[in-house]
Design a protein around this ligand. Structure first.
Ligand SMILES: NC(=O)c1ccc[n+]([C@@H]2O[C@H](COP(=O)([O-])OP(=O)(O)OC[C@H]3O[C@@H](n4cnc5c(N)ncnc54)[C@H](O)[C@@H]3O)[C@@H](O)[C@H]2O)c1
Length: 327
């Protein structure tokens, strides 16, 4: 298949592009490098530098026939979205709408969309399944939920075939590809930087949650497993409609469990002070993965906590500057 990957210079997009190339797909990457890295794009992929909102560059990227699009490109910092909601709605909805128009012009009907567990907000359930009502609690989550609604309506009106993949916590690394965000807000890369002496302040947010050890519980899924799910999603596209699928492991891990796994793989003693809860952080977010398994035959194979931490730590040790100052 010929696949256009928007945001393919970013963390999950680059690992997915590499996986698609390994499976023999023809990959085109469109990215404005706002948070991504040119070095993360495989030499075998055609690269189009520009914004998804830029008609000229998207039309060029779709020229000559593309079978499907995977849309990763997005602003995705929750805190930023709370501080500048209009900017987030403008960017995330604007890029999705521009992309859909361009796909229409090029007669491309298949789309895989990067959604998020943020569409669920703060549900008080042990395990989140896709039938739970969407109730985002920040502008970032709202943009993802609104784009899902747009896709549903486009499917009805124009025969779009779409899969929305709601990722839980993406983490880990794949060979030379890893997580290099600035600022870095995610637990595991921050922890790796801390263990390598590159990040001084490290605290655990919240020690009084109603969980077994008092720290927050999340569902950590290896980026290689996410990439495999995207490849599988391409295979099921065809019939008009939107299917929304959680990508998580179905198992939760507390922050303290993550810390213990990190200490184990790094062989380093770890003492992290407990700070206050972060506003808006729910105690527990764990996915049901039954629907992804039923629709895609997807089973996570790399998402054991120790595997995730080993891969992430190795990447940060090998690439302490991330992709480097050049990007
Ligand atoms: N990382 C996670 O844990 C996680 C969890 C849930 C959902 N997601 C979603 O997955 C997707 C990828 O996340 P990531 O962690 O790889 O993020 P990332 O920031 O590493 O990648 C996003 C890429 O999109 C590019 N981009 C952004 N806006 C663009 C635009 N308007 N035009 C062209 N390119 C643009 C950036 O340069 C970057 O390369 C995002 O949609 C994000 O919201 C991520």
């Amino acid at each position: 298949m010929r696949v256009l990957v928007t945001g393919g210079a970013g963390y999950i997009g680059s690992v997915t592009s590499a996986e698609l190339l390994r499976r023999g797909h023809d990959v085109r990457v469109l990215d404005d490098l706002s948070t991504g890295h040119r070095e993360a794009v495989a030499a075998e992929a055609a690269f189009f530098e520009g914004r998804v909102q830029d008609r000229e560059v998207v039309d060029a990227a779709l020229e000559g026939g593309v079978d499907a699009v995977i849309h990763f490109a997005s602003l995705s910092l929750v805190g930023d979205s709370v501080r500048q909601p209009r900017h987030y709605f403008h960017e995330n909805l604007g890029s999705a709408l521009s992309l859909l128009s361009a796909m229409d012009r090029a007669r491309v009907r298949r789309l895989v969309f990067s959604s998020s567990a943020a569409v669920y907000g703060q549900p008080e359930v042990e395990v989140i399944d896709e039938d739970l009502p969407l109730a985002p609690v920040n502008p970032y989550g709202h943009t993802k939920a609104m784009i899902e609604t747009i896709l549903q309506e486009e499917a009805r009106a124009r025969g779009l075939s779409a899969v929305a993949l709601r990722y839980f916590n993406a983490c880990g690394a794949d060979g030379r590809l890893g997580e290099d965000h600035s600022p870095e807000t995610h637990l595991i890369p921050r922890l790796c930087q801390h263990l390598l002496g590159r990040l001084e302040d490290f605290e655990v947010f919240g020690s009084d949650y109603p969980t077994a050890d008092g720290s927050a519980v999340r569902d950590y899924v290896h980026v290689k497993d996410l990439a495999a799910a995207h490849a599988a999603a391409l295979e099921v596209l065809g019939d008009p409609g939107l299917v929304a699928l959680n990508l998580g492991t179905g198992r939760g891990a507390s922050v303290l469990e993550v810390l213990r796994a990190a200490a184990e793989v790094s062989g380093t003693e770890l003492r992290a002070p407990a700070g206050p809860r972060r506003p808006g952080d729910p105690p527990r977010l764990v996915a049901s993965r039954a629907r992804a398994e039923a629709h895609l035959g997807w089973v996570p194979r790399h998402s054991e906590l120790v595997t995730i931490l080993r891969d992430a730590f190795r990447w940060h040790r090998e690439y302490p500057e991330g992709y480097g100052a050049a990007s």
